[in-house]
Ligand binder design. Sequence first.
Ligand code: TYD
Length: 212
Amino acid sequence: MSQGALITFEGPDGGGKTTQMGLLVPWLQSQGYAVLATREPGGTSIGESIRDLVHDCAHTEMTSVAEILLYSASRAQLVGEVLRPAVVTGSLVLCDRYFDSTYAYQGYGRGLSLEMLRMVTGFATGGLVPDLTLFFDVPPAVGLSRRQCSGEALNRLDREALDFHRRVREGYLELVAEEPERWRVIDATASVAVVQDSVRAVLSNWLLLRRN
Ligand code: TYD
């Protein structure tokens, strides 16, 4: 059985990480890896219900604390039901967002205490930390205009002011600086094909180093 790993995909909205993850899955499978792709919030039946609730634009009254606890509840369910079992049985688990989104959006974006967020996150994840995290970096204005052009419905967080999204990006860059060995920064301003080439190069290197 090959060694399992948790690989998370992070970045501002409209960075294209979901598209990139979709392209990466068959490529990894073609190399013989067992791959499981999932997302946050969501990834389980309970998590998808929480996703609908937390992203519903009608819920303008949602408090920041309620928001954190909802994301964390979805995360706790995903860790217990999907992530841990899949990593233990040797899969490469790709997760579209994980706790770094909470630090970036709720911590740096909304200004909530990082210490408190780390405590809640530790409780929700039982200490499951990604082995590798890819940061899809795009300037917030580019990301937002991509989202607006994609025809996808904008969720509650997309509607935040541009300033909020700038703080989120700065937050991500601080998280990268704190733990450079876990993170790889991908320039996500290029075309889908070029970005996918970078992602595959990063993954190939990382998987090779891990084997040795
Ligand atoms: P989604 O539609 O999945 O956007 P994307 O394709 O950009 O990932 O919505 C996820 C939104 O939820 C995104 O705006 C970030 C936000 N979010 C948080 O604020 N905190 C979190 O902990 C998570 C997981 C997501």
